[in-house]
Design a protein around this ligand. Structure first.
Ligand code: FE
Ligand code: FE
Ligand code: ZN
Length: 277
């Protein structure tokens, strides 16, 4: 069974996201833990969470994916920006425990000219400060396109971060198809080669979620602009090979394409129709 969802607005709570997901043929979803630019998170409504957990169980939902604000930068050169990132992630991870055993994804950050080694050290330091033995959430590093001074442009950089984390059993990776293609991993012509490389460098058991996005830009462009499924440089056939790859097909897929709900519903149907049971 294809586990697929898309990015939804969290403003009306968990139960609303669950019902919205179901109404468009999804059985999971992604949401921002708070305003993407940061700021205070809404208080958790425990009744809402309880109804959602029951609903998710009854409807065979796969793991859901919380996404940290994309402005969070654990490897900024400004101490106050790093502290902000630290506090938000710690708070997010506490809130995630209301929905145990789910996934939390973040962009490793931008080293803003300090160099990737310094960037990686700062990210590791933050993770070692916020991860706890008792938490049930798996924290995912997202593969990045490598625009500007982004950290996480290669599998090696993600591996280095994971290697520095003491509680590395809490860590996984979210592969974004647009980002890796823009970063120079040829998932169109050599999908199996890219999966082999991921396995060799990081270990395939760390791959916990896949963002399915087409790309507005050509291979290796280091740009990161998402396109609708089948309308970009990756193309529909390559996407169908990705969701059907025996080594990927059981991982939950999340659309982050430029769409409203009806567009997402159409893409989910397209991919479900192309999925081989
Ligand atoms: Fe992301
Ligand atoms: Fe993404
Ligand atoms: Zn992106």
């Amino acid at each position: 069974m294809l586990n697929i969802g898309c990015h939804l607005s969290a403003s009306k709570g968990y139960m609303h996201m669950g019902e919205e997901a179901k109404s468009i043929g999804a059985n999971t979803f992604q949401f921002f833990t708070r305003n993407p630019r940061g700021g205070a998170a809404k208080a958790i409504d425990t009744e809402d969470v309880k109804s959602f957990l029951r609903f998710a169980e009854e409807n065979g939902f796969a793991k859901i994916l919380a996404h940290a604000p994309y402005t969070l930068n654990a490897c900024s050169d400004k101490p106050e920006t790093r502290e902000f990132a630290f506090n938000i992630m710690r708070d997010d991870l506490m809130r995630m425990e209301y929905t145990p055993n789910q996934l939390y994804n973040f962009h490793p950050g931008s080293h803003v000219g300090q160099g990737s080694e310094t960037g990686i050290d700062l990210i590791v330091k933050q993770l070692n400060g916020v991860l706890t033995k008792d938490m049930t959430t798996t924290v995912l590093l997202e593969t990045m396109a490598g625009k500007g001074s982004e950290v996480g442009r290669s599998f090696e950089e993600l591996r280095e971060i994971i290697d520095g984390v003491e509680l590395d059993e809490k860590m996984g990776v979210c592969l974004d198809t647009c980002h890796v293609y823009d970063a120079g991993y040829d998932i169109v012509n050599d999908l199996d080669g890219v999966i082999d490389e991921f396995d060799r460098v990081i270990g395939l058991e760390r791959l916990k979620a896949i963002h399915v996005n087409d790309s507005k830009n050509p291979f290796g462009s280091h740009k990161d602009r998402h396109e609708k499924i089948g309308e970009g440089s990756i193309g529909f056939d390559a996407m169908v090979r990705i969701i059907n790859n025996p080594r990927l097909k059981d991982i939950p897929f999340f659309l982050e394409t430029p769409n409203e709900l009806d567009g997402y519903a159409a893409e989910i149907k397209m991919l479900r129709d192309a999925y081989e049971q």
